[in-house]
Design a protein around this ligand. Structure first.
Ligand code: AMP
Ligand code: TRP
Length: 337
C-alpha cells in the first residue's frame, strides 16, 4: 500500500535534542527508498505561517527558515526521496486553512492544550494562535497524508485533524484521507534538563533546560553536567520514581542505539558523574558530523534551490486537492478550470 508521510517543524527557535529525537530522526528513517519500486511519498515542511502565531522578527525569521532547511538536510533528509518545502511558498495551505476554520468549532479549538499553555497568562493573544490547529490540519490533508510522525505533544492536534477530515468528508463527500499519527514508544517526549516534569522546548526561557542541535561540545558537556538528577545514586530506569535519570537514559539510548538495560549495566555502581560524562560524549559524537554537514550546506546556496524545487512539487499535489475542495464546497466562479 502506498503511504504518504507529512510532518512539519516551526522555524521559531533553535532545534532541540527533543525535536531531533522525537521527530526529525524519525523523518529520516521514514523516507521512501529511491531504489525500490515503492510509491511512498514524504513531505517535510517548514511551517513559517505557524511561527507567526507569536511575534517574530522578520529578518530573523527568514534566516531561521534557511537554518532549519539546512538542518533538515544535514540530519539526512534527501531531496530526491523527500519533498522539502516552506509552508508559505505554497499558498494552498492558507486557503485550505481558512476553509477548515469554517469547519472547526470554537469549542474544540478551545480545548487544545497547546493553545491553553501558550496563551496562559498572556494579556494579548493573537487570533492565529487559537485557529492554529485548523492550519495544521490543512497542511496534512492537502497531501492526502496517511501517516504523520510527531512528538507526543501533537497527538491532540492530530485527533482534531482526523475529526475535521471526517466532518468535511461527511458534509461534502469523500475528499480527504483520514491520517494516522505515528509517535515513538520512547523519545516521543524528551523532558527538560532542569525539570523532568516539563517537555524540552525551544521556547523555554532557560537555555540550560535544553540541548540545541548546534550547541558546541563544551556547551553540551556543561548542560548535561548541570542536568538535575535525584538524591539516589543508582542509574536505573524508573520513569515514575526517577523521572530525571530516566529521561537521560532515553536520550542516551536513542543517540547510541544501546538498550536502556545495557546502559544501566555499564554504569552499575558508578554514580551519576560518570553517567553524565558518558552521555555528553555520546551526544557530542552523534551531533558533530551533523554540525559539520550543516555548516557546509548552510553556506553552499544549495538550500534555496532545494526549497524552490520542493515548493513546485508540493504545489502541484496541493492544487489537485484544492480543485476538489473548491468544487465540493461550491467556492469560486468555476472559471479557473
Ligand atoms: P515544534 O518545535 O513545536 O515545531 O515541534 C516539532 C516536532 O518536534 C513536533 O513533532 C513535536 O512534537 C516534536 N517535539 C518537540 N519537542 C519535543 C520533545 N521535547 N520531545 C519529543 N518530541 C518533541
Ligand atoms: N504544530 C506542530 C508543532 O508545533 C508543527 C506542525 C505544523 C505540524 N503543521 C504540521 C506537524 C503538520 C505535523 C504535521 O510541533
Amino acid at each position: 500500500m502506498t503511504r504518504t508521510i507529512f510532518s512539519g517543524i516551526q522555524p521559531s527557535g533553535q532545534i532541540t535534542l527533543g525535536n531531533y529525537l522525537g521527530a526529525l530522526k524519525q523523518f529520516v528513517a521514514l523516507q521512501p527508498q529511491v531504489s525500490d519500486s515503492s510509491t511512498d511519498q514524504a513531505y517535510y515542511c517548514i511551517v513559517d505561517l505557524h511561527a507567526i502565531t507569536v511575534p517574530q522578527d522578520p529578518r530573523e525569521l527568514r534566516e531561521r527558515i534557511l537554518d532549519l532547511a539546512s538542518l533538515y538536510l544535514a540530519v539526512g533528509l534527501d531531496p530526491k526521496r523527500s519533498t522539502l518545502f516552506v509552508q508559505s511558498d505554497v499558498s494552498a495551505h492558507s486557503e485550505l486553512g481558512w476553509i477548515l476554520q469554517c469547519v472547526a468549532h470554537m469549542g474544540e479549538l478551545s480545548r487544545m492544550t497547546q493553545y491553553k499553555e501558550k496563551s496562559e497568562g498572556k494579556e494579548s493573544i493573537l487570533t492565529g494562535l487559537f485557529t492554529y490547529p485548523a492550519l495544521m490540519a490543512a497542511d496534512i490533508l492537502l497531501y492526502q497524508t496517511s501517516l504523520v510522525p510527531v512528538g507526543d505533544d501533537q497527538k491532540q492536534h492530530l485527533e482534531l485533524t482526523r475529526d475535521l477530515a471526517d466532518r468535511f468528508n461527511m458534509r461534502f463527500g469523500e475528499t480527504f484521507t483520514v491520517p494516522e499519527v505515528l509517535t515513538l514508544k520512547q523519545g516521543a517526549r524528551i523532558m527538560s534538563l532542569d525539570d523532568p516534569t516539563k517537555k524540552m522546548s525551544k521556547s523555554n526561557p532557560n537555555p540550560q533546560s535544553r540541548v540545541e542541535l548546534l550547541d558546541s561540545p563544551d556547551e553540551i558537556r556543561k548542560k548535561f553536567s548541570r542536568a538535575v538528577t535525584d538524591s539516589d545514586r543508582a542509574v536505573r530506569f524508573d520513569p515514575a520514581g526517577k523521572a530525571a535519570v530516566s529521561n537521560l537514559l532515553v536520550i542516551y539510548s536513542l543517540t547510541t542505539g544501546q538498550t536502556i538495560d545495557d546502559i544501566c549495566t555499564a554504569y552499575d555502581g558508578k554514580g551519576y558523574g560518570d553517567f553524565k560524562k558518558g552521555l555528553a560524549e555520546a551526544v557530542v559524537s552523534h551531533l558533530q558530523p551533523i554540525q559539520a554537514r550543516y555548516r557546509d550546506i548552510r553556506s553552499s546556496g544549495e538550500v534555496e534551490r532545494v526549497l524552490h524545487e520542493g515548493s513546485l512539487r508540493a504545489a502541484t499535489v496541493a492544487e489537485r486537492t484544492m480543485k476538489r475542495v473548491r468544487e465540493r464546497v461550491g467556492l469560486g466562479s468555476g472559471s479557473r478550470g
